[in-house]
Design a protein around this ligand. Structure first.
Ligand SMILES: NC(=O)c1ccc[n+]([C@@H]2O[C@H](COP(=O)([O-])OP(=O)(O)OC[C@H]3O[C@@H](n4cnc5c(N)ncnc54)[C@H](O)[C@@H]3O)[C@@H](O)[C@H]2O)c1
Length: 323
C-alpha cells in the first residue's frame, strides 16, 4: 500500500514525502525534473529521499497518460498527493499553454488513473492565487474565485473544477488544498524568501513590488505538510480547503525580518506590482481547523529564523558562506 506524491522532488513534495516516510508509509514519487528552476536542487531532494528503503522514484511526466497509468498499475497506490505543477505565477504569462498542459491535462491523467485503479483519497494542491483581487477578506472558500489574474491560477481553478466532476461521477474522495505562500528550508529559489537571502549574501539588488507595500500570508512548510497529511488521512467526499496561517504581513516587514536575522541590509528597488499579483493574500483557515484539525504553529519570525539557519548551514556546506 503506497502513497503517490506527484512532484515529489520539488519543494513541498520532498518535505511531504520525507514526513510520510518518517511515519512509516511507503511513498512513490513522480517528477520530471524540469528546469523551471535549477534541477540540481530537485536531484538533491530526491537523493535524500532515496536513503529511505520505502521510497520509490519514478522519473516521468504527468502529461503522458501511459506513464501515469503504468505508475498505478505497478504500485498499490491508495492515496495521492498531487503536487506536480508549473507553479510560478508570472512565468504563466509567458507560457500559458504549458501551464494548462501540466496543471489541467496532467491533473486529468492523474484523476483518471486514480479513479480506474481504485484510489481511496486524492489530495490536490491548489493555490490562494485563485482568489485573484477579491474584495472579500480574509479569503473564504465560498468566494466564487472566478476572476483569476493569470494562467497559473486559472489552470489551478480548472483543476479544482475537474476534480469535482470526478467526485460527482465516480464518488472519488478529493480534497483541493489552497496553499498560501509556503516557505522554509530548501525553498523554491524563484520565491521571495530564497531570493532575498541569496541577494543579502551577494549584495545584489532585488526588485520589490510597490515598495514592499503588498501583503502575503506566509505559511511555514511544516504547517503545510501537516495539513496535507491530515487531508490524506481524512477522506471527505469533495472539499476545497484553505491552508494558511491567517496573518498577512507586508513584504517590507518580511524583508526587514530577514535583514535582522542576517545582520545586513538588502538592496531593493521599488517596481510596480504586475497585473498578475494581488495586493494581499489573507487566509480564512476556519474550515481547515474544523475539517482537518489544522493548527498552524510557526509564526513567520520563527519560520524565517529556521529558514535562515538552514540557508546558512547549506551555504557553509557548499563553501559559499563569506568570512
Ligand atoms: N510554494 C508555494 O508557495 C505554493 C503556493 C500555492 C500552491 N502551490 C502548489 O503546490 C505544489 C508544489 O509547489 P512547490 O512550491 O513545491 O513547487 P515545485 O516547483 O518545487 O514542485 C513542483 C514539482 O513538480 C514537478 N513537475 C512539474 N511539471 C511536471 C510534470 N509535467 N511531470 C512531472 N513532474 C512535474 C517539478 O519538477 C517540481 O519538482 C504545486 O502544485 C504548486 O502549484 C505552491
Amino acid at each position: 500500500m503506497s502513497i503517490l506524491v506527484t512532484g515529489g522532488a520539488g519543494f513541498i513534495g520532498s518535505h511531504l514525502a520525507r514526513a510520510l516516510l518518517a511515519r512509516g508509509e511507503r511513498v512513490v514519487a513522480i517528477d520530471n525534473f524540469n528546469d523551471y528552476y535549477d534541477p540540481a536542487i530537485k536531484r538533491a531532494n530526491a537523493a535524500q529521499l532515496s536513503t529511505y528503503p520505502a521510497f520509490t522514484l519514478v522519473e516521468g511526466d504527468i502529461r503522458d497518460a501511459a506513464t501515469v497509468d503504468a505508475l498505478f498499475a505497478a504500485h498499490d497506490i491508495r492515496r495521492v498527493a498531487h503536487l506536480a505543477a508549473m507553479a510560478g505565477v508570472r512565468e504563466s504569462m509567458r507560457q500559458p499553454r504549458l501551464y494548462f498542459a501540466v496543471n489541467v491535462d496532467g491533473t486529468l491523467n492523474l484523476l483518471d488513473a486514480a479513479q480506474r485503479h481504485g484510489c481511496e483519497n486524492f489530495v490536490l494542491a491548489s493555490t490562494s492565487s485563485v482568489y485573484g483581487e477579491t474584495k472579500r477578506l480574509p479569503f473564504n472558500e465560498e468566494d466564487a474565485a472566478d476572476r483569476p489574474l493569470a494562467a497559473y491560477p486559472a489552470s489551478k481553478r480548472a483543476a479544482e473544477l475537474l476534480a469535482h466532476t470526478f467526485h460527482h461521477l465516480y464518488g472519488m474522495n478529493i480534497t483541493a488544498l489552497r496553499f498560501f505562500n509556503v516557505y522554509g528550508p530548501a525553498g523554491r529559489p524563484d520565491m521571495m524568501p530564497m531570493r532575498v537571502m541569496e541577494a543579502i549574501l551577494d549584495g545584489t539588488e532585488v526588485p520589490v513590488f510597490n515598495g514592499g507595500d503588498i501583503y502575503r500570508d506566509w505559511t511555514y512548510i511544516d504547517d503545510t505538510v501537516a495539513g496535507v497529511i491530515a487531508a490524506l488521512d481524512r477522506p471527505l467526499g469533495y472539499e476545497i480547503i484553505n491552508l494558511g496561517v491567517g496573518a498577512p504581513i507586508s513584504l517590507r516587514e518580511f524583508i526587514e525580518t530577514i535583514e535582522a536575522l542576517a545582520g545586513r541590509q538588502l538592496h531593493t528597488r521599488s517596481v510596480p506590482t504586475p497585473p498578475t499579483d494581488p495586493p494581499i493574500t489573507f487566509c480564512d483557515n476556519s474550515k481547515a481547523r474544523r475539517l482537518l484539525g489544522f493548527a498552524p504553529s510557526i509564526p513567520v519570525r520563527e519560520g524565517l529564523a529556521r529558514t535562515w539557519e538552514w540557508f546558512r548551514a547549506w551555504k557553509i556546506s557548499i563553501g559559499q558562506w563569506p568570512e
